[in-house]
Design a binder for this molecule. Structure first.
Ligand code: ZN
Length: 466
């Protein structure tokens, strides 16, 4: 990257200019003319030419040793392919990542056609759905799958040559930004049972499979077999994508005696409200939704769309094509009463999704699991000593040792930065007083200084009554 930026400068100043100077200054014009029009028959002219070419050759070899790429460029006039920055890697909407540009920064070359992503629109995707993954002796429900059977399914996918892809990759494929293998699968686990964390997670890790966890917010942290927000944060940090499965997990089609207005408000709370809860707790953008019991109607679909989800999932298993409607993506649910259903997915022989053109998925730029910041930009929190988190994967090439974290009114605060996950964590050493704070993360990426910042507020302690 640095090399590319500076190459034109190197060529300009190290090669072209000295060459011009030699041509115009050091070689007498008469000599050049003579060398061009007739063989050098004079002994002294021959000598001068030999010295000149020896010097040129020596210079060239020295350059070749110092920068072979420069020589390659000069020799073949090779243009470096421009780097494609897909919008999903762009920082959006917060924090705004900015790279301060040095003066010599060249105008980026226009993308060439051959560097564009060719998306395989004939690829197909099966989506698997599990709920609990517990030993059969422990749980009798239809929706429970034993760890052994679950692991067999994961192995089957591998044996069948079906590639497990992440939700983000699926959505990027739908947007035409990324290709996926022709036979792909997405693994989803619904509801928020802790067995996803305790039991499925190690198995999925073993296979290196990405997965998506659809949770309903009321259940999180409610005790028993429920997952906690803390565990969800850990999953997020490990790259698991968290999807939304409403607040209360009731069938959205059933108004349960509510007035039309109350039903409408309730739908919004369940669909959009739960999205906000997850996003605020985890500092992510939640782009995938799963209908409880797979149930939807046209009004529900409309609210899902308005809430900004890029995809919504039902339970009717299908092979998903590129043009399948994004708000009714079928999943193959495991049920011990109907094990044949998931067989269709594992054999990749289920029905094809309808190809009726659905509305174009919203041009969502952040991936489902992109950690923006924690706390979110502009968020008001109660904890006076919060753990600050940000994913720096959007700053390409940031040097881990150059990273620093500053807090307005405080100064430098200690941090941990994991360069493999790009996750930066920091905690103020002392509790903060109520008020607004700006977090500034800075560092170096090659020759550039890079910086990102966001703000949060520590709430005033609510005054207790007299
Ligand atoms: Zn569910």
């Amino acid at each position: 990257m640095i090399c590319n930026l500076f190459l034109p400068a190197i060529v300009e100043f190290s090669i072209t200019k000295p060459l011009r100077r030699i041509r115009l200054g050091n070689i007498p014009a008469s000599l050049l003319r003579r060398a061009a029009y007739r063989p050098a028959n004079s002994h002294s002219e021959m000598k001068k030419l030999i010295i000149l070419f020896t010097l040129l050759a020596a210079g060239f070899f020295a350059l070749a040793k110092w920068s072979p790429k420069t020589v390659e460029r000069i020799m073949f006039w090779k243009r470096t392919a421009p780097q494609i920055v897909s919008p999903q890697n762009l920082p959006e909407p917060a924090p705004a990542l900015s790279a301060s540009k040095p003066e010599e920064d060249a105008v980026p070359p226009a993308p060439s056609a051959d560097a564009r992503v060719v998306v395989d629109k004939t690829a197909q995707v099966v989506v698997l759905l599990y709920h609990r993954i517990e030993p059969s002796a422990q749980t009798a429900g239809d929706l429970n799958v034993s760890p052994e059977v679950f692991e067999q399914h994961m192995q089957r996918l591998k044996d069948e040559g079906i590639s497990v892809i992440s939700m983000s990759d699926f959505l990027a494929w739908r947007r035409g930004e990324k290709s996926i293998p022709s036979r792909s699968a997405i693994i989803t686990i619904d509801d928020g049972y802790v067995s996803a964390f305790d039991t499925a997670r190690p198995i999925l890790k073993k296979f290196g499979y990405p997965w998506t966890y659809f949770i309903y917010t009321k259940y999180v942290g409610s005790g028993g077999k429920s997952i906690t927000w803390e565990q969800l944060g850990q999953l997020r940090d490990e790259g698991v994508e968290i999807g939304c499965h409403t607040v209360s997990h009731q069938d959205l089609r059933d108004p349960r005696g509510k007035t039309p207005e109350a039903y409408e408000q309730w739908l919004r709370d369940e669909i959009a409200g739960s999205k906000t809860i997850i996003e605020q707790h985890l500092g992510i953008r939640c782009t995938a939704f799963a209908y409880p019991f797979g149930g939807w109607n046209s009004r529900i679909v409309q609210i899902v769309r308005e809430a900004g989800y890029a995809a919504a999932f039902t339970v009717y298993g299908q092979r998903i094509t590129h043009s399948a409607p994004s708000e009714k993506i079928g999943r193959y649910a495991w049920s011990s009463r109907r094990p044949q259903d998931i067989e269709l997915a594992l054999k990749f022989i289920g029905p094809l999704s309808s190809t009726e053109p659905g509305p174009t998925p919203p041009p969502s730029s952040a991936t489902a699991n992109t950690l923006l910041t924690q706390p979110l930009d502009g968020e008001t929190i109660a904890d006076p000593q919060p753990t600050l988190k940000v994913n720096l994967s959007q700053i390409e090439g940031i040097e881990p040792s150059s990273v620093s974290v500053r807090l307005s009114g405080i100064g430098l605060v200690p941090h941990k930065y994991d360069s493999s996950t790009h996750l930066l964590e920091s905690r103020p050493p002392e509790p903060l007083t109520p008020g607004e704070y700006t977090v500034t993360i800075s560092g170096k990426a090659g020759s550039k200084r890079v910086e990102t910042r966001w703000r949060f507020t520590i709430a005033q302690k609510t005054a207790s009554g007299p």
